[in-house]
Design a protein around this ligand. Structure first.
Ligand code: B12
Length: 271
């Protein structure tokens, strides 16, 4: 065994604890590890980092794991590999994909945002954390496997002036998890291109607009007007800049709300 890739037994000997204790550290995401030939291996550097952490941070004595906060730490360190290891560890401990999004990814990103607003995180750190998160979500998204026949296609995008791609990506994945094909057009797309693309989709069920940036009322109305001139399916809007269903309707959408859960019943009613 190479000295840089330790088995869990070697780690246990070194830490002076039982093998099962080390196994628990790994499964709960306290100690990064990867699989080699079916068994866990720990890199020397990760073990050194683990030993260097204060007991409270390691959480050795805790039975619950604040996965989102563990992820926030890795994101703020712009540690892509470490962030992925936290996600892997959560999944290895039995967390299902939807919960990874709802209980880890979304709260972690909101926490980064709050710390940025409070000034405890710099704008560069927030940007770097967002970039790591985009990569993480791209990787996680590949795990979404549709069971059975697709419920149809939903095209999503933002207004031409909203740059928040990440909330859109997350919303797109949560809609995919409901069994729809989702065509994610990203952010900053001219309304005419958005509408032209939606218009040529097979089995189009609805079109969704993600709204995160402030002051988008005019842009939303333009996007909706363009869409209505080219497609005749319901149009819904969502995102953190939408207060609730009434606000969505006031802006000209057929339905909407801040979160994906607010629109899932209507989407399922369409099929
Ligand atoms: C990262 C970030 C950015 C990045 C975006 C990078 C990227 N690749 O996306 C950049 C740097 C580009 C950016 C820019 C700006 N940002 Co910004 N940003 C954020 C931040 C920190 C995180 C966003 C995020 O990923 N959130 C996490 C996701 C999980 O949460 P969510 O947005 O609620 O998304 C969920 C739901 O809303 C829903 N959803 C999303 N889309 C849709 C669509 C549909 C149809 C449905 C049903 C649901 C749905 O699903 C998601 C998952 O549950 C937030 C802080 C925050 N609290 O979110 C600020 C925040 C959104 N930004 C804000 C602001 C003000 C700006 C700027 C104006 C700053 C500036 N002065 O330049 C610009 C605007 C640029 C523009 N024209 O768009 C404000 C918005 C306040 C508002 N709406 O009134 C926030 C809230 C920060 C703050 N409190 O000041 N930002």
């Amino acid at each position: 065994m190479s000295e840089s890739h330790l088995t869990l037994h070697e780690v246990a000997d070194e830490l002076g604890v039982h093998y099962m204790t080390v196994y628990r550290y790994v499964r709960l995401g306290y100690l990064p590890a990867h699989k080699e030939g079916g068994s866990w291996r720990v890199e020397r550097k990760d073990l050194d980092d683990f030993v260097a952490e204060p007991e409270a941070v390691r959480g050795r004595g805790q039975s619950d794991t604040a996965w989102d906060q563990r992820l926030v730490q890795r994101l703020l360190a712009a540690d892509q590999a470490g962030s992925w290891k936290v996600v892997e560890a959560a999944q290895a401990s039995g967390m299902e994909l939807r919960s990874v999004y709802m209980e880890m990814i979304i709260p972690a990103m909101r926490s980064v945002g709050e710390q940025w607003e409070q000034g405890s995180v710099s704008i560069a750190q927030e940007h770097a954390a967002s970039q790591v998160m985009v990569r993480l979500v791209s990787r996680l998204s590949a795990q979404i496997a549709r069971r059975g026949v697709s419920k149809g296609t939903i095209v999503v995008g933002t207004t031409a002036t909203d740059l928040h791609t990440l909330p859109l990506m997350l919303a797109a994945d949560l809609i995919r998890l409901e069994g729809f094909e989702v065509l994610d057009l990203g952010s900053n797309l001219p309304a005419s291109s958005f509408a032209e693309t939606a218009a040529v989709q097979q089995r189009l069920v609805a079109v969704g607009i993600s709204v995160t940036a402030p002051d988008q009322a005019n842009a939303i109305q333009e996007t909706i007007a363009e869409l209505r001139s080219q497609v005749d399916v319901p149009i819904f809007i969502g995102g953190s800049a939408i207060d609730g269903p009434e606000h969505a309707k006031l802006l000209g959408a057929d339905f909407g709300g801040p979160g994906v859960n607010d629109v899932v019943p209507e989407l399922l009613d369409l099929v």
